[in-house]
Design a protein around this ligand. Structure first.
Ligand code: PLP
Length: 394
């Protein structure tokens, strides 16, 4: 294929710049301990916070939904892709988030692009975004017609300055978007301050709780519940692909938001609906979250334990307030080597390098789950210590 030859050069450049990515291959269920590339390892990489991937009730729900409704709907939601279960899930997600309504969309990624694109339709609009927001919010901004205003990470003085600027003041619609929990550092957005400022300036607040739903706040309801801000955040985005361990996203807010989005949001209109098994899985996941509070407790106990072990060993673990724990390395090649050595020791933790994080902030990112046992975490911490010492990180 002569006309695609330029891609060989592009791949070579990626390799030379350490940006080439090849997926690892999972050969077992995705669990706290699993088989990857032929080796059994303690898994510290997934967003499977509550370990629902293998929960018997959730697996049974997927099978039951398939038996009743079949494997798919072969249609978009607006044609014949909305089963009774989709409606039930949307109602339960609205209750979960304390909102009037919710709309399920194909993924967390498309929930963000769909919302930004559907609401911000004119160059007279202003989309105000934290500099560390997720790629899907950045792409949502690109798909919207609004002017973009980026504030320094969680910097409220900078945000205030932007909100008070003439350009933003005279904008037609104003939308502030922030991650609830930032996925690389595990810190929580200063939502109470953001909400105060936005209320003062008539700005719509949208929080992306991908890493917070099923993880933080009472019953894992997310950052809005965590901060007691019910009724003061206009739009909440969630994923069904992290703590809920399957796939999908949702937009929670007013009834009119849902009605508007289901008539105009392009991913919702032009991409097919979730299979019944996925919807059944999510409904069962919510039941498990409410009925087995010990999972949430174990998640937090485990993350506290693992953070303390790493800190005791002398690692720089940043300022995380959540189960996401970065282990700072500060160099791409060293971070890759660290990950490889840990794998040899039976621990799976991957490096995060530039451009996902700034140069000098290269790290391994770890996430423990409710599925880990203390003995797994002790073994993992011992491996971190051994390899970290060998590489001169500690
Ligand atoms: C993972 C993530 C998404 C994307 O969610 P998917 O359901 O995997 O598409 C969106 N926003 C944030 C902040 C995320 O961390």
């Amino acid at each position: 294929m002569e006309r695609l030859k330029f891609l060989e050069q592009e791949v070579a450049t990626l390799k030379a710049e350490n940006r080439f990515i090849e997926p690892h291959v999972l050969q077992s269920a995705q669990d706290a301990v699993c088989v990857i590339d032929g080796k059994e390892v303690i898994n510290l990489t997934s967003n499977n916070y509550l370990c629902l991937t293998t929960h018997p009730k959730v697996k049974a729900a997927a099978i039951n939904a398939t038996e009743k409704y079949g494997i798919g709907t072969a249609a978009v939601r607006t044609i014949i892709g909305t089963t009774a279960m989709h409606g039930e899930l949307e109602q339960k997600l609205a209750e979960f988030k304390g909102t009037e309504a919710a709309l399920v969309i194909q993924s967390g990624f498309t929930s963000n692009t769909a919302t930004c694109q559907s609401l911000m339709t004119s160059p007279e609009d202003a989309l105000i975004s934290d500099e560390l927001n997720h790629a899907s919010i950045i792409d949502g901004g690109r798909l919207s017609k609004a002017k973009k205003k980026i504030y320094r990470h969680s910097d409220m003085a900078h945000l205030k300055e932007i909100l008070e600027s003439e350009e933003v003041k005279k904008a037609r619609r104003k939308l502030l978007v922030t991650d609830g929990v930032f996925s690389m550092d595990g810190d929580i957005a200063p939502l109470p301050e953001i909400v105060d400022l936005c209320e003062k300036h008539g700005v719509i607040v949208m929080v992306d709780d991908a890493h917070a739903s099923g993880v933080i706040g009472p019953e894992g309801r997310g950052t809005v519940a965590h901060f007691g801000l019910k009724g003061r955040v206009d739009i909440q985005i969630g994923t069904l692909s992290k703590a809920f361990a399957t796939i999908g996203g949702y937009v929670a807010g007013t009834k009119a938001l849902k009605e508007y989005m289901q008539s105009v949001a392009r991913p919702f209109l032009f991409s097919s609906s979730h299979p019944p098994s996925v919807v059944g899985t999510c409904l069962a996941g919510l039941d498990v979250l409410y009925n087995e509070p010990q999972l949430l407790k174990k998640l937090w106990d485990n993350s506290k334990f693992f953070k303390e072990e790493l800190k005791k060993a002398g690692f720089d673990i940043g300022n995380s307030q959540t189960p996401i724990t970065p282990v700072m390395v500060g160099d791409t090649i060293k971070a890759k080597k660290f990950s490889k050595m840990l794998f040899e020791e039976g621990v799976f933790a991957l490096e995060i390098a530039f451009p996902t994080v700034p140069m000098g902030k290269e790290r391994l990112r770890t996430i423990v789950t409710a599925g880990h046992e203390i003995k797994d975490l002790e073994k993992a911490a011992a491996a971190f210590k051994k390899c970290g010492k060998a590489l001169g990180i500690i």
